[in-house]
Write a protein that binds this ligand. Structure first.
Ligand code: COA
Length: 188
């Protein structure tokens, strides 16, 4: 976003949550949800193996720079008052020049329906528009992913595009929504 590399903070706290970098000891918690077919259903890839969970944690243990296209911040989402990881949120710098960032979220179904994904994503959007100086944050999601559509809408994101049959998932054509929000529109 600027010529200067920006390290992201070690942890973000919200009313109920702590968002922090993953640690090696989180691999089992992460595998518990990333291994589930129903969780991977709309992620355009198969469920993760335990090895893949542990490897990506190790690869991101040092955090990330926020400078070049593709730089990506993956944060574990934990309850402030309980040990363990409930899910994750991710922010990827898609265009450093135009300050465009893509957001995503994946949670353990055990913790569904309590607003944790919306709360965590809201905190990450605040980071994106604040310290990381993004101009626009967007999300891409399968149109069938109704839970994710609701997260976008609760966050006040605008549906900007409906791409028809833009992906092939096995023998199923996939369609996609693009939701987005500009920095000047974010009310926090
Ligand atoms: C997408 C996903 C994170 C959404 O999870 P979720 O539990 O529905 O979302 P939230 O944690 O924000 O919870 C929202 C629900 O909790 C309810 N809720 C309860 N207490 C709440 C609170 N304090 N604040 C906000 N919502 C609350 C809301 O009414 C809402 O229910 P509804 O959807 O029936 O209206 C989850 O389905 C998931 O991980 N899916 C698999 C991975 C995936 O597809 N990721 C997205 C790829 S684009």
């Amino acid at each position: 976003m600027t010529a200067v590399s920006k390290r992201v903070p070690a942890a973000i706290t919200t009313e109920r949550l702590v968002l922090r970098l993953f640690r090696p000891g989180d691999a089992d918690d992460r595998y518990a949800y990333q291994s589930l077919p129903e969780v991977a259903r709309y992620l355009y890839r198969p469920p993760l193996t335990r090895e893949a969970c542990a490897e990506s944690i190790a690869a991101r243990a040092g955090g990330t720079d926020w400078r070049a296209d593709g730089d990506s911040l993956l944060l574990a989402v934990c309850r402030a008052d309980e040990p363990g990881v409930m899910g994750e949120v991710v922010l990827t710098l898609r265009s450093a020049h135009a300050r465009q960032a893509e957001i995503g979220w994946v949670f353990n179904p055990r913790y569904a329906g309590q607003g944790y994904a919306t709360e965590a994503a809201g905190a990450l959007i605040s980071l994106a528009f604040g310290r990381l100086d993004a101009h626009r944050v967007f999300a891409r999601l399968d149109v069938l992913n109704t839970a994710s559509v609701r997260v976008c809408e609760r966050l006040g994101m605008r549906r900007e595009a409906h791409l028809i049959d833009n992906d092939l998932d096995g023998d199923r054509w996939g369609s996609e929504y693009v939701y987005a929000l500009l920095a000047r529109e974010w009310t926090g």
